[in-house]
Design a protein around this ligand. Structure first.
Ligand code: MCN
Ligand code: CUN
Length: 796
């Protein structure tokens, strides 16, 4: 007689449980870095460079020191006396903390003032006199490698020009052979513009050094607190056990809060020098102009095709503009992130990728904004290229994809770049999408509309994406291996506290991790409190990015729950006075196999762990699991958009968008849908309106919300989501794959493909994002490709 609990009722796997964190967020009771006030706290502001490239002749801070309420003025020269003027980046480069010799991008940190309040500090920044001697400016890779180009990184002895790396991966000879055999060669060139994650909360930190205890506590906006602790220990040469990093509530990260920024370092040094807490909260333009840029990649590729549509090979070349410092957070084996995940969803015999990275006079870029290390660029190029190739062959978009997909029976599948895909049902996802958009009917309407001068278009984007950075054999950041952890303590009354090495920034870990515990142990989710982000209490982990939390930390949650269950089983056997082999498990309860009525609940086992354990058993019911995943997880997505383009104005409207996501088992379907909708909104923004670029003088166009547009509910189209395709991840303990970035990664190509489909027959192959009305209008009117690469043309 089964007494198993109803999993959905206890908030287990598959329950669309309301987010527990929202009860504080929607009441305005969140605890963000800027909400924290410590006794005696001072405030720091940063003086930024107005110029993109200039030699610093002198910095006069005397007027700033004279302002009442100013406690400290920091310059690069002072930082240098402590060996802190420069810091290492996550890509084995160096980055200026405060500029000493030169400024290398507009918005670069030049000096800091620490004062009684932020207004005094800001005024004092303005009182600092910096004498700059302007230098020629570089804003794109073409200028970077031009003859006679100024060397931006003349601080580095080994650096002769502006090239950071030349890198390649894949099979060159095999790919060359594929091209020799091709009936048709299809080509495409485009620029994926710089974009910015632009979380609502800017970056910030409060450093609190206590001389009496020698302990440094830093509250800060970081997606990876343990990595920061290690970085502070190594850079500032402080003992690691005396550093406590606390990441409180985070108002959105989206990749912006992975890197180490100069502001963090300066607030820490200031607190050490002044022996008082020092708070730094970035303002919006500081955030937009200096932190966390993504993309800015030129992609140039070609595809070898057989007449019947079979893809024989691909070549891709990327030119990446990294800005003044190469600071990408990415696995150290790869120079251009996981760009070589491009075309993974397609069964392609041969592929070769070359990549060149260059410096420019722009803020350091390469943050993975809602993308697992350059995957966004890879999938965007892939899906734009696939559309161009199908067009060149005169083939149907959907049929071309279906013909070339990796088939269900071909998993595990090794891509030509070496990734191992574990599972998927690609054709099925596509079919669901095509049915939802009513493909044949739309094609008919489109042809009809054409006759009357109306431009309708349909864009498809289908992709699989590598999510979940780990396994430790292949993935590391600065040599630190990528795994993750969970620590579960079950109290005697059966309530529990769970901590992981991940760090939620809005994704809902406090809700979903408890659901995994509920699934594994039958402890109701509401009885499990989840805590992340405090290095003094959380087990070591690599933090949250690359949608790695569910694939890695989430797996650790399942594994630690299983360890707890194993011990509880021994306790149950003791309580039931039978041997362990005679004990069976059902959700929340152990029972005697031969007498199912005789059982004990997990809560009774918990009580026994503290009050009635068998002789020789260690008391308590706690454990920790470190999880090193065997592989990445590979979710699949099919996004289809229909649009109408107004030929008079270039304005385009979304008629309908459908999204079919297969992220394996969904822990919380409502949260997954939220992730997809948020990602599609960002995808729409990138395709339609977001514009961060640079004029010829290196002025950043888009350092404010008048120029850099965030879509509101008014602009954002409706999305129709489909969840019927579920391919469990074969190596994940609960079959889940990551989802946090899929829609932002796969979405942009669907919009752009739709607009270009509307323009089919005009000879226009490409319009660079964002597809602003004037660009679309120009393409229609002059029947030519339109580039958005900097410098922006208005300043040509
Ligand atoms: N989930 C689930 N079932 C699955 C997969 C995920 O229920 N099969 C749930 C997870 O338990 C988690 C959420 O969906 O609550 C996202 O999970 P996952 O895909 O593991 O991604 P992460 O938690 O690692 O989040 C990182 C990812 C990244 S890298 C960016 S960037 C991004 C994103 O999440 N930043 C975000 N989504 C964001 N959402 C918000 N609100 N704020 C951000 O800063
Ligand atoms: Cu890729 S941006 Mo997220 O990985 O933090």
């Amino acid at each position: 007689m089964s007494q198993a609990l109803d999993e959905i009722k206890i908030g287990g796997l598959g329950a669309s449980r309301k987010r527990v964190e929202d009860s504080r967020f929607i009441r305005g009771k969140g605890n963000y870095t800027d909400d924290i006030t410590l006794p005696g706290m001072l405030h720091m502001e940063i003086l930024r460079s107005p110029l993109a490239h200039a030699r610093i002749k002198s910095i006069d801070t005397s007027k700033a020191w004279d302002i009442p309420g100013v406690h400290l003025v920091l310059t690069g020269e002072m930082m240098a006396t402590r060996n802190l003027a420069w810091m290492p980046t996550l890509s084995y480069d160096t980055q200026a903390v405060l500029a000493t010799d030169k400024v290398r991008f507009q918005g670069q940190e030049v000096a800091c003032v620490i004062a009684d309040d932020p207004y005094i500090a800001k005024d004092a920044c303005e009182a600092i006199d910096v004498d700059y001697e302007p230098l020629p400016v570089i804003v794109n890779p073409r200028q970077a490698v031009a003859e006679g180009a100024p060397v931006i990184r003349d601080d580095k002895e080994s650096q002769a020009g502006n090239v950071i790396y030349d890198w390649e991966v894949g099979d060159k000879a095999g790919t060359d052979r594929a091209f020799e055999q091709a009936d048709v060669i299809s080509k495409l060139q485009l620029h994926y513009p710089r974009s910015h994650p632009s979380p609502i909360e800017c970056c910030g930190s409060i450093a609190d050094f206590n001389r009496a205890t020698s302990k440094l506590t830093v509250y800060m906006t970081t997606q990876a607190p343990h990595i920061i602790r290690a970085a502070v220990a190594l850079v500032a040469e402080l003992p690691e056990h005396m550093i406590r990093i606390i990441s409180p509530d985070i108002g959105g990260g989206f990749g912006n809060k992975v890197p180490v920024y100069p502001g963090y370092v300066c607030s820490i040094l200031a607190s050490i020098l002044l022996e008082r807490p020092v708070k730094w909260i970035e303002d919006k333009s500081g955030n937009l102009i200096s932190t966390g840029f993504a993309r800015d990649v030129y992609l140039d590729g070609e595809m070898a095709l057989r007449r019947d549509g079979k893809i024989l090979g691909v070549r891709i070349h990327t030119d990446a503009d990294h800005g003044a410092f190469f600071s990408d957070a990415q696995p150290s084996k790869f120079k251009i992130g996981l760009m070589h995940s491009a075309f993974a969803a397609y069964d392609i015999p041969a592929a070769h990728l070359t990549a060149r990275g260059t410096y420019s006079n722009k803020a350091p870029g390469g943050v993975a904004y809602r993308c697992s290390f350059r995957v966004t660029e890879a999938m965007f190029f892939q899906e734009r290229m696939v559309q161009a190739a199908a067009d060149d062959l005169g083939m149907d978009q959907a049929a071309f994809r279906r013909m070339n997909f990796v088939r269900d029976e071909d998993f595990p599948h090794r891509t030509p770049f070496g990734f191992l895909l574990d599972s998927g049902q690609y054709a099925k996802c596509l079919d669901v999408g095509l049915k939802a958009i009513d493909y044949q009917e739309f094609r008919r309407e489109q042809a009809e509309a054409r006759k009357r001068g109306r431009l309708l278009g349909l864009g498809i984007s289908t992709m699989t994406e590598p999510l979940g950075a780990g396994n430790s054999r292949e993935y590391d950041i600065l040599g630190i291996k990528m795994f993750d952890s969970a620590d579960l303590k079950v109290h005697m009354t059966g309530k529990a506290i769970l901590r992981t090495g991940a760090k939620t920034q809005g994704q809902g870990h406090e809700t979903t991790w408890a659901q995994i515990v509920a699934h594994e142990l039958g402890i109701p989710a509401e009885d499990v409190v989840v805590e992340e982000g405090d290095t003094d209490t959380a087990p070591f982990g690599m933090g949250t990015y690359a949608s790695r939390s569910t694939p890695v930390a989430g797996a650790a949650v399942a594994m630690v729950s299983r360890k707890i269950r194993a011990k509880a089983r021994r306790l149950a056997a003791h309580l039931l006075e039978v041997s362990e082999e005679d004990v069976e498990w059902e959700l929340g309860r152990f029972y005697v196999r031969s007498a199912p009525d005789r059982g004990v609940t997990i809560q009774e086992c918990a009580m026994a762990a503290y009050s009635n354990m068998p002789d020789g058993m260690e008391p308590g019911l706690e454990n920790t699991a470190y999880y090193d995943p065997p592989n990445l997880t590979w979710p699949f997505a099919c996004y289809i958009v229909t649009v109408e383009v107004d030929p008079e104005t270039g304005v385009w409207d979304v008629l309908k968008m459908v999204a079919v996501d297969d992220c394996g088992v969904r822990i919380n379907p409502m949260i997954v849908e939220g992730q997809i909708m948020g990602g599609l909104t960002e995808a729409y923004a990138m395709a339609n309106m977001q514009f961060i670029t640079f004029d010829a003088d290196g002025n950043c166009v888009g350092s404010n919300y008048m120029d850099y547009l965030l879509p509101s509910a008014w602009e954002t189209p409706g999305f129709e989501l489909h969840s019927e395709v579920v391919t469990p991840c074969p190596h994940h303990p609960i079959g889940a794959k990551g989802i946090g970035e899929c829609a932002a990664v796969g979405g942009p190509a669907a919009f752009v493909n739709a607009v270009l489909d509307a323009l089919s027959g005009t000879g226009v192959r490409n319009i660079d994002m964002p597809l602003l009305p004037d660009r679309v209008w120009e393409a229609i009117t002059y029947r030519r490709d339109v580039s958005g690469a900097p410098p922006v043309r208005s300043d040509d």
